[in-house]
Design a protein around this ligand. Structure first.
Ligand SMILES: *Cc1c(COP(=O)(O)O)cnc(C)c1O
Length: 355
């Protein structure tokens, strides 16, 4: 149990109109902070007014990128209650990321307690319009004021909160995806399975190229053979081929998404066949050409599921399901969002009530 001190802001901000929210642009009034020192552990857990922080320019995070993060949401139910979705999964993944980047781990109970305390204090910041939520961003940075390349002996853990609007203002429309054949996001043995800032730095150039060509995201191939499908943008990816759902296996270069895990569990509970295995670009092309590729979608916390309508590689374009959302994609979206926003019964024990 953390003994969390709370210092409330003297000047609460005006709550933004939910139509102006977007993603990650506005922040709530408070943030959670605690510091770590080797030999002393985590210290001084507190919730303080949201604001800038001051760090040494020599801080490790600026030079060697030792940073890990999580992304999750607090949801408002129709009864006005607030709930989280599988927060212990985020706690576990945060610690797996920490182990990879040599950052200090946080006891799962403490991680969830910090989230819950912050969300309770910021309850009024959880919007109630359909499909809006309070996005939570826990993160840890290495903070040794010292330029030697060395695992962190000092760190800071923080949680900031951002009210976010509906991801699908114009409805759940399929996106066009560019298959990236030059840059790779991650390699086996690297940091692909860790949620670390560095992975994002490496992904920006391909994302920019896709955007300039008018596509929403890139489809990443594996970093060794450039042959197997890995992820789509910053989401996991699934394909309905015949009557089987195929998703790339977690081989080390893929981020183990909680939405991915939930989709798999949900689909299996409803009798779908779900296979986690390596899935090659050649197999994908063949499934497009012979008509067995029925649906494709990305999945992650921000979008929940995002239908893929077109896959483009060089000058070839493959259209999936007439560029319309498929039945399985829709079923996943409706069920997961239904559970997250408390509109349908959670038979899995996934929701975690806060207030
Ligand atoms: C966070 C993330 C995901 C999705 O994970 P969720 O837990 O479902 O939000 C997928 N891929 C990458 C690269 C990510 O960073």
């Amino acid at each position: 149990m953390l003994d969390i001190k709370i210092e409330k802001t003297a000047c609460p901000k005006e709550k933004p109109e939910s139509s102006t929210l977007g993603f990650g642009k506005k922040f709530s009034d408070h943030m959670f902070v605690m510091e770590y020192k080797e030999g002393e552990g985590w210290k001084n857990p507190r919730i303080i007014p949201f604001g800038n922080i001051s760090l040494s320019p020599a801080s490790t995070v600026f030079h060697y990128g030792a940073e890990i993060f999580e992304g999750m949401k607090a949801y408002r139910t129709p009864e006005g209650k607030i709930q989280l979705f599988r927060p212990y999964e985020n706690a576990k993944r945060m610690n797996n990321s920490a182990e990879r980047i040599c950052l200090p781990e946080i006891p799962e109970e403490d991680f969830v307690q910090a989230l819950v305390e912050l969300v309770k204090l910021e309850a009024d910041w959880v919007p109630s319009e359909p499909e809006t939520s309070l996005y939570l961003r826990p993160f840890t940075i290495a903070n040794d004021p010292f330029l030697g390349v060395h695992p962190a002996t000092e760190a800071i853990f923080m949680i900031i909160a951002s009210p976010v609007g509906s991801y699908y203002k114009e409805g759940l429309n399929p996106v066009s995806i560019m298959i990236e054949t030059e840059d790779v996001r991650a390699v086996r043995g690297g940091t692909g399975y860790a949620k670390c800032g560095g992975n994002y730095g490496a992904s920006l150039r391909a994302g920019k190229k896709a955007e300039e060509k008018g596509y929403s995201q890139v489809l990443w191939l594996d970093g060794v053979e450039r042959k197997y499908i890995e992820e789509v943008g910053a989401m996991n990816v699934m394909f309905m081929v015949g009557d089987e759902v195929i998703t790339p296996a977690l081989t080390g270069s893929i981020l183990p998404g909680i939405t991915r895990k939930s989709c798999i569990e949900l689909l299996r509970s409803r009798g779908y066949k779900v296979t986690e295995r390596q899935f090659s670009l050649d197999e994908l092309k063949e499934a497009c050409e012979n008509g067995t590729l029925k649906e494709a979608w990305g999945c992650g916390t921000a979008a929940v599921v995002s239908p893929i309508g077109k896959l483009v590689i060089g000058d070839e374009t493959y259209v999936i399901n007439n560029n319309e959302i498929g039945a399985v994609t829709q079923e996943l979206y409706d069920t997961l969002t239904g559970i997250q926003w408390g509109k349908i019964e959670d038979t899995f024990g996934w929701v975690y009530p806060v207030v």
